[in-house]
Design a protein around this ligand. Structure first.
Ligand code: C2E
Ligand code: MG
Ligand code: MG
Ligand code: MG
Length: 282
């Protein structure tokens, strides 16, 4: 509740046009300094398999600005994209995520994976294949332990050489997940045309399970279609055991959400995964 209020304060005090412009330029100025001032951190949220094993995590960027306090990625990522700052920030997130995941793979085994959110802007403006190869080399993370999360926006963009870039990434063994599935310019043909390995069902379809019969029908259809296309399915934003029971009955591969854990700082995720491994061994 406090978090919600904190987020709304920003909007609340910026109702006028002039105030909005001032707030926006404050945000831009703060963002320009944020990377250099070490204001970013990466959090990790567990991804849990059908048989309740923690098998991976999603890397999620957090920003605590000296001037503005905590700002949500939903608010600052689009601004970073407009300013081009998503290129250095995105690189930094990828490095951090791979470095941490490499240490978790050493204790967990190579079945562990980390997923990293990629902006379409990164694909359009950067050679992602070279970046990924470099970062994998530096971190010694195996390619199969990394999955990049991409969005429907990228797949809808025919102008770039997206398909070749994605094929090159799959060829080196990196996984590709379509994030927020069902919320963008969904076209089912993307699932066939692009070399995807995972599909993440957006929380929008999960939140009213199992009461909303239309959502039940949608989720059930998405899971069976994905499974026939050999895509692993991750349900996002799972908060209740009733949602989990519904998803498990449909053979949903992975579950991610507050039901298991909120996103955690690396040190806490490290404790979480080690406690999980210890419990497996007894
Ligand atoms: P996303 O990739 O779809 O990430 C899932 C969001 O759902 C995260 O929000 C996560 O904290 C939240 N979440 C997870 N489980 C639950 C749950 O059970 N209930 C609810 N209500 N929420 C849950 P977060 O961390 O605020 O990130 C928001 C979005 O910002 C992300 O959505 C992603 O699109 C973007 N983002 C975050 N980190 C990065 C990044 O490093 N790079 C890029 N390009 N985008 C990022
Ligand atoms: Mg994501
Ligand atoms: Mg998502
Ligand atoms: Mg989302």
């Amino acid at each position: 509740k406090a978090k919600e209020q904190g987020r709304n304060c920003f909007e609340f005090f910026t109702s006028g046009l002039h105030e909005q412009a001032t707030a926006r330029s404050k945000l831009e100025n703060a963002l320009h300094k944020a990377l250099k001032n070490n204001e970013f951190t990466v959090y990790f949220q567990p991804i849990v398999s059908h048989d309740k094993k923690t098998v991976g995590c999603e890397a999620l960027l957090r920003w605590h600005s000296d001037e503005l306090g905590a700002v949500s990625p939903a608010q600052f990522i689009p601004v970073c994209e407009e300013l081009g700052l998503i290129i250095p920030i995105g690189e930094w997130v990828l490095r951090e995520a791979c470095r941490e995941a490499a240490s978790w793979c050493r204790c967990y085994g190579d079945g562990f994976f980390v997923t990293v959110n990629m902006s379409s802007v990164q694909f359009i403006r950067q050679d992602i294949e070279t970046l990924v190869k470099t970062v994998l080399q530096e971190s010694q993370l195996l390619p199969q332990c990394l999955t990049l999360e991409i969005t429907e926006t990228l797949l809808a963009d025919n102008s770039s050489n997206t398909l070749q870039q994605l094929q090159a990434l799959r060829a080196i063994g990196v996984g590709l997940a379509i994030d927020d599935f069902g919320t963008g310019y969904s076209s089912l043909s993307y699932l066939k045309r692009f070399p995807l390995s995972k599909l993440k069902i957006d929380r929008e379809f999960i939140k009213d399970l199992p009461d909303d019969l239309e959502d039940c029908a949608m989720v059930s259809a998405i899971i069976s279609m994905a499974s026939n296309l050999h895509l692993k399915v991750i349900a996002e934003g799972v908060e209740t055991s009733a949602q989990r029971a519904f998803l498990t009955a449909l053979n949903c591969d992975y579950i991610q959400g507050f039901l298991y854990s909120k996103p955690l700082p690396a040190a806490l995720f490290d404790q979480y995964i080690k406690a999980f491994i210890a419990q497996q061994q007894t």
